[in-house]
Design a protein around this ligand. Sequence first.
Ligand SMILES: [Zn+2]
Length: 84
Amino acid sequence: MEDLIGKVFARLTVFEHDGTRGKNSYLKCQCSCGAVKSVRRDALLSGDVKSCGCVAKEIAAAGKARRAQKRLERQRNRPLAKAK
Ligand SMILES: [Zn+2]
């Protein structure tokens, strides 16, 4: 089995073996956000897991920010629309 210690998968850097659970081997990874997460080896290799979960949070936050921005724009445009 190829040693993945020190390898980087997207935001995750493998730094330690974390044993096996059932048929799956786990690797301890440090995310670029600083969080440490135990990730299934196959999920890491297949690219299913790219971060500790902070990416999903960021995407959600970005979506929220975008929606808030749109709402602001609509509010800003309202008086203009009225003036027409
Ligand atoms: Zn993270």
